[in-house]
Design a protein around this ligand. Structure first.
Ligand SMILES: *Cc1c(COP(=O)(O)O)cnc(C)c1O
Length: 409
């Protein structure tokens, strides 16, 4: 085989389809987020505002988090030095897991290298634990859940996005005695819409299925203590396994599941993606624990309120100009563009001319024809910042002669 030619073909295909990914090289400045410095390919630099980050509450620069990390770093050093099983379980990991179990009102929690790994490792391992397990998976589930469901190599059913009637049909067609699990998300991050948690829990109870929810885009931000949408809706106790990340609203790094002590013990004992890898650096675990703890408090609630307020302001102002906003009432603000070329062009111009950084979201992250810009206002994107963004969008929409007032939900 001509390996060079095959690489060229693979890369050229992405260029041809306008979906070759270029990473923007940015450096965030502590205490100044959402401001950052963009280093261009030619080495020159420009001040920018980050509008597409997942550090949703600015916890990545919060003094409480940084303080905990400094303290752990100075007292224990850099890495954990081992897998959880072989010398890599520290007081910091145990403390973090206790903090997370408490957050979700579960008996236990288990920390992984990331929420991607947590989804992949847990979902695939559950098939070993429950032989014949049928997994019902929402069509828009995140890549990490799709991977976990697929890798387990057992029966799977994909139900239409948020369509509980379809889910019911699929379940009805299967053996009532077969073990079952429904896997879905509380907030789907590309549209910002909510999963029907209560309805899915009702159905799961009726048919004796386990429930598995990904709260990655909700933890820290919803519920009185920041446990997510299931907490907000009073459904947390009805979910068997909650998955989430420490890398988005918690502002640090890592992922986890929270569940019953027995469920966590089984996953801990069987999941290769948990067992055969170095545990989180203690400083990372310490920072994450401090962030989770802080966001349970009234001060955390102030950040949540401010984030929601900024999201509402941004949406209403963009809508007021007739831009096609997808609005499901969450903190995520997607603006529909509809083709990859315009989407990339808008993103490039926002960055170059206005210092507004928003990454274009193209296929395969979203279906073709639904390409979009996805803004994530935070408590630290103040009204002045919002003003700048709104004016930039207005000007560019006019410049590109794009449609207004289509597809507003
Ligand atoms: C980002 C994301 C993950 C993965 O989280 P990481 O901790 O970054 O690996 C999982 N699920 C969803 C829905 C996500 O958006």
């Amino acid at each position: 085989m001509n390996y060079e030619a095959a690489l060229d073909t693979a890369l050229q295909r992405l260029h041809d389809e306008g979906r070759y990914r270029t990473f923007i090289n940015i450096e965030r400045r502590k205490d100044q987020f959402p401001h950052a410095v963009w280093t261009k390919p030619d080495g020159s630099q420009k001040d920018i505002t980050v509008w597409c980050g997942n550090d949703y509450l600015g916890m990545g620069q919060h003094p409480v988090v940084l303080g905990a990390m400094h303290e752990a770093l100075d007292s224990t050093g850099a890495g954990s030095g081992g897998t959880r099983n072989i010398s890599g379980t520290t007081v910091y990991h145990k403390r973090l897991e206790a903090e997370l179990a408490d957050l979700h009102g579960k008996e236990a929690a288990l920390v992984f290298s990331s929420a991607y790994i947590a989804n992949d490792a847990t979902l695939s391992t559950l098939r070993t634990i429950f032989p014949g397990l049928i997994i019902y998976s929402d069509a828009l589930n995140h890549a990490s859940m799709i991977e976990g469901v697929r890798r387990g190599n057992g029966p799977k059913r994909i139900f239409r996005h948020n369509d509980v009637a379809h889910l019911r049909e699929l379940i009805a067609a299967d053996d009532p005695a077969a073990p079952k699990m429904i896997a879905f998300e509380s907030i789907y991050s590309m549209d910002g819409d909510f999963g029907p948690i209560r309805e899915i829990c009702d159905l799961a109870e009726e048919v004796g299925a386990l429930t598995y929810i990904d709260e990655v885009h909700a933890v820290g931000m919803y519920g009185a203590r920041g446990a997510g949408v299931a907490e907000r809706d009073g459904q947390m106790h009805r979910i068997d396994i909650i998955n989430a990340t420490l890398g988005k609203a918690f502002g640090v790094f890592g992922g986890y599941i929270a569940a019953s002590a027995k469920m966590v013990d089984a996953v801990r004992s069987y999941a290769p993606g948990f067992i055969f890898t170095t545990s989180l650096p203690p400083a990372v675990a310490a920072g994450a624990a401090a962030s989770v703890k802080f966001l349970k408090t009234a001060e955390g609630q102030m950040l949540r309120d401010k984030q929601q307020l900024h999201a509402r302001i941004l949406k209403s102002r963009l809508k007021g100009m007739g831009l096609p906003i997808i609005d499901h009432g969450s903190h995520i603000v997607p603006v529909h563009v509809g083709d990859p070329i315009h989407c990339k062009m808008l993103s490039d111009m926002l960055l170059e001319r206005f210092g507004v950084y928003v990454q274009p979201i193209n296929f395969p992250t979203v279906p073709r024809g639904t390409e979009r810009l996805r803004f994530t206002p935070s408590p630290v994107h103040d009204p002045k910042e919002i003003d700048g963004l709104v004016h930039a969008m207005d000007e560019l929409w006019r410049h590109c002669a794009l449609n207004r007032a289509e597809m507003s939900a």
